[in-house]
Design a binder for this molecule. Structure first.
Ligand code: ADP
Ligand code: MG
Length: 383
């Protein structure tokens, strides 16, 4: 061995020793993330809210992530939100809502997947999650058209001031009678996907109404799952997708956070009573969560709160003791649907239902005279 070779060998040994002694090397689930750069994120405007897609990654992959953000991920978000929107040009929901009772419509594979999950959630929650409540949502003033500054009454049941005037009882009952989602069939045949609208009709003041879909209670969760899947398929296993702070799909965390285990994200859940404050800290890795509640979109008339979640058993905004519910588990779409259902069901039935949902945990803020109590079996703690 020449002198030079010995020198290189010694240098290599020194580097190896140094690396093994270095306390700053971080390995998460078998991946060395020591040189992963600080978290990189981008935001989008879809579903009338903000979506954040955030990743830790080695610097060499930054361009690849950027092209995914601007390409496949943006396209997917755009595709899902337009297919499920109430009024988009190529929206399957809009086409369904405009169709006659009993009509069969061909739908996109994405819509089929969302509807299949919605059917599952409808059945799992004994109908508390119900995607066929669009007319009731609209009647109570919670469709997207009411968020626009130029709202003016255009439907027979519209009120000039929908936040201070209650709808007519005849509409509440008629729209409730159209919300039987079990009468709506979803199926695959050949290479196509189809939906057959329920044959129910209801007439009020000479106008005939048919069933209408609203997939806002599951669409954001579905989109969070879809984007996380794109990231994973492309080798990005560290990061998260957050849609409107209500549905999140989390992968691994490349940084150790105080109180959390290596790889876990700390996710704080907003307080239902104190604006900008959190009431629960949860720890999540390679999983999802969704939050619903009556504290973000609501109005009050005569001391009663009317929120955007409709009780499918009364046709009115829900009135249970659940101020907010978060559900944690593998599918963000199902977490999204379950968290809405938990609000409708109230704490007792929600906890009973949770016992049957394998792999899903919850945190629920239950209204009390003093404020609220917390019921939870999720990994985390009250703060
Ligand atoms: P957000 O969309 O604010 O995250 P949710 O996930 O709880 O809140 O979904 C509530 C939305 O779903 C409502 O704005 C409405 O469009 C629709 N919706 C209302 N009540 C129900 C229900 N019981 N089941 C399914 N969807 C519902
Ligand atoms: Mg929901």
């Amino acid at each position: 061995m020449t002198k030079k070779r010995v020198k290189i060998a010694v240098a290599a040994l020194a580097v190896a020793l140094l690396a093994s002694l270095c306390a700053c090397s971080v390995v998460v689930d078998g991946t060395d993330v020591t040189d992963y750069t600080g978290v990189q994120y981008t935001t989008y405007e879809f579903f009338n809210t903000n979506t954040t897609v955030s990743c830790y990654l080695p610097a060499k992959d930054a361009d690849r992530l950027r092209s995914l953000w601007d390409g496949e991920i943006r396209e997917k978000l755009s595709e899902i939100s337009s297919l499920l929107s109430q009024d988009g040009e190529n929206s399957d929901v809009r086409a369904f809502n405009a169709a006659e009772e009993g009509a069969t419509l061909r739908i996109d594979a994405v819509t089929y997947e969302v509807l299949t999950l919605a059917k599952q959630a409808y059945s799992d929650t004994d109908g508390a999650f119900n995607p066929a409540l669009a007319l009731s949502v609209d009647l109570w003033g919670f469709s997207t058209r009411f968020n626009k500054s130029d709202y003016s009454p255009s439907k027979p049941y519209d009120r000039e001031n929908f936040r201070s005037e209650l709808p007519d009882e005849s509409y509440v009952n008629a729209f409730l009678s159209l919300a039987d989602f079990s009468g709506t069939e979803i199926y695959a045949e050949g290479d196509g996907y189809y939906i057959k609208k329920s044959s129910d009709v209801a007439e009020v003041d000479g106008v005939v109404y048919t069933q209408q879909l609203d997939l806002s209670g599951i669409g954001k969760g579905y989109a969070a799952d879809a984007i996380a899947e794109i990231l994973r398929e492309n080798g990005f296993a560290f990061g998260y997708v957050d849609i409107g702070s209500s549905s999140m799909s989390l992968m691994k965390n490349a940084r150790k956070e105080a109180g959390a285990e290596l790889g876990e994200w700390t996710v704080s859940v907003l307080s239902p009573t104190e604006s900008g404050k959190y009431y629960f800290k949860s720890y999540v890795k390679d999983s999802s969560l969704s939050t619903s509640g009556s504290y973000q979109q609501f109005y009050e008339i005569g001391g009663r709160r009317y929120s955007h979640i409709i009780d499918p058993f009364t046709g009115e905004p829900y009135q249970s003791d659940v101020l907010t519910a978060s559900v944690f588990g593998e599918s963000a779409a199902l977490c999204d649907a379950y968290s809405t259902a938990f609000c409708v069901l109230g704490s007792e039935k929600a906890v009973a239902l949770a016992g049957k949902l394998e792999g899903y945990t919850y945190t629920v803020a239950v209204s009390t005279d003093q404020g609220f109590d917390v019921l939870s079996n999720a990994k985390g703690k009250r703060v």
